[in-house]
Design a protein around this ligand. Structure first.
Ligand code: DAH
Length: 341
């Protein structure tokens, strides 16, 4: 019997549970109604009277040891927050960092364009990608036979040729002029669609930011200064611009804007094809026909508009020349923009 008690004492001493549930199991096994201690007490009844004192003390020792140990363990495990879990947490292990995503370069450049014009008081305007002929072409003074309406460039709905995917964000100009009164100062970012074969230099989906400013006495000089401010903010203080006469149905006069090549500083390299200049956008004074088509009095108001390709600006800023990279979502490409916010 003494041997049995000593064995149990040893068990109590060596007991190392991982969870509270194990402590309870152990308690039932030793102190429970049908537990080991009760078996011993049964046996105790048959012990010779002269040994009772010694055996009784030993049994009490076992009982107190078991109870103390069980209470202490319970408290310890519950306080360590491990009450219900089998696994013990190793507080010394290094933590695992969550991977943080990064913004797409097109979003970065788009946001920067919006920010720059935001500083000049422009607000963002939005419009639908699925448009009608009026907002994309007719209201913008495109003659009926204008080649841009051709099936080559535009994705038309097969069921209704009046419905189409917008080929430029200039459609948002029209929607803004229809719904707001001058003064109007908006930038309109968005996706546009053209029926082009995909290559390093062309894609059937790309992004544009359109700008529109209408008020009394807006002049070409205002347009020029605004674009110069934009070029310096986007490409650096040293950036210069030049304007070449051009044609767009919705502006008169119209111009194409070049910025001095920020890679060679204007000396000439293969990115600027040794001209020292890079084309960045189209612009012009809003044609009076366009103002009138949207219900704005062209005698009282004048305005300018401009439109640029976001991929084109990103290409010049980051030196990424293959357009397809912007659409493939290869993380090795995207991770390079991790540190840019
Ligand atoms: N919509 C023209 C395009 O897609 C870009 C453009 C040129 C927009 C001149 C304008 C503008 O607002 O004035 O090529």
């Amino acid at each position: 019997m003494i041997e049995k008690i000593n064995k149990l004492l040893k068990q109590v001493e060596e007991f190392r549970p991982k969870a509270v549930a194990e402590v309870e199991e152990f308690r039932v096994k030793i102190l429970g109604r049908k537990g080991e201690l009760n078996d011993i007490l049964e046996e105790f009844k048959t012990v010779a009277p002269e040994l009772k004192r010694e055996f009784g003390q030993k049994i009490n020792q076992l009982k107190t040891a078991a109870m103390n140990k069980i209470n202490a363990l319970r408290e310890e495990l519950e306080n360590s927050g491990n009450a219900d879990s089998e696994v013990q947490i190793d507080m010394s292990r290094p933590g695992s960092a969550d991977e943080i995503g990064s913004r797409h370069p097109i979003s970065l450049v788009k946001n920067e364009i919006i920010d720059i014009f935001g500083r000049l008081g422009y607000v963002v305007a939005d419009g639908p990608e699925i448009e009608d002929d009026w907002h994309v072409f007719s209201a913008l003074n495109f003659a009926l036979e204008h080649p841009a309406r051709d099936m080559q460039d535009t994705f038309f709905s097969e069921k209704n040729p009046d419905i189409l995917l917008r080929t430029h964000t200039s459609s948002i100009q029209v929607r803004t002029m229809e719904s707001q009164k001058p003064p109007i100062r908006v930038v309109c970012p968005g996706r546009v669609f053209r029926n082009e074969a995909i290559s390093a230099r062309a894609h059937c989906i790309f992004h544009q930011v359109e700008g529109l400013y209408i008020d009394e006495n807006v002049s070409f000089a205002d347009l020029k200064q605004s674009i110069l401010y934009f070029a310096k903010e986007m490409f650096g203080e040293k950036a210069r611009i030049r304007m070449r006469p051009s044609y767009f149905p919705f502006t008169e006069p119209s111009a194409e804007v070049d910025v001095s090549c920020n890679l060679c500083g204007g000396k000439g390299c293969n990115v600027c094809k040794h001209t020292g200049w890079l084309e960045i956008m189209g612009c012009g004074m809003v044609d009076p026909n366009v103002l009138e088509a949207s219900g704005i009095d062209s005698k009282k108001y004048s305005g300018f508009a401009f439109g640029m390709g976001v991929e084109r600006i990103a290409m010049l800023k980051y030196g990424v020349k293959d357009l397809r990279l912007y659409f493939e979502n290869d993380v090795r490409f995207l991770q390079q923009f991790d540190s840019v916010i």
